[in-house]
Design a protein around this ligand. Sequence first.
Ligand SMILES: Cc1cc2nc3c(=O)[nH]c(=O)nc-3n(C[C@H](O)[C@H](O)[C@H](O)COP(=O)(O)O)c2cc1C
Length: 214
Amino acid sequence: MASPIVTLSFTEATQKRRTIRALESKTTVPDSTIVKLAESAILTVPSAFDSQTTRLTVLFGDNHKKLWSITADALLAKIGEERWNGGTKDRIANFANAYGTILFWDDQSSATAMNQNSPDIYKDKTDEWVGHSNGMHQYYLWTALEALGLGVNLQHYNPLIDAEVQKTWTVPSAWKLKAQMVFGVPKEGSAPGEKAQKLPLEQRLQVFGANAKI
Ligand SMILES: Cc1cc2nc3c(=O)[nH]c(=O)nc-3n(C[C@H](O)[C@H](O)[C@H](O)COP(=O)(O)O)c2cc1C
């Protein structure tokens, strides 16, 4: 285990959050701390009508490695040797060589229940809201893991790997895989550069009526 837990303010933690794909199979905190974070995300992150549709699976050690071997097999079968050897193999190896992965799911049964119980005017919105809540869980954990000194990246090999993953970890069939979050200690020299902005702030943020003083 490397460095101790660092306590950052919310703003500092959100500024520290970046995509880091070169990761080592090491951690800065005990596995139990990461499990606590996942528990906390499940217990506290909001959802539409408090529908609580997001599910998580946390994989460490051989379970993490198994996920990336499932992904490697599925990708190789899909894209063939030439494309596999042309970069994909190394990309997947990077993920396999990290410390752990969190799987993000939507529980279709809870999503359907929310839709059935919601007023008619919202029925065409609830699917989108299920996705919003899942994204909030992702952002919560991404930011929290980076605040603990871990590096994180977010991957999407679903639905290619869904069936094998569900079979391997006996995941309920109603859960639909949405994202895979890889974490580990960032490799030397993997710190990202300053975040490039595609458009100036004033073209992306509107503010009206703010008081100059509190
Ligand atoms: C919804 C979403 C989907 C993403 N999907 C992937 C992905 O499949 N693979 C990947 O390597 N990065 C993925 N990313 C990471 C983005 O490429 C990254 O966040 C973006 O380039 C900005 O960089 P930053 O995270 O360092 O701020 C995703 C990010 C978001 C928010």
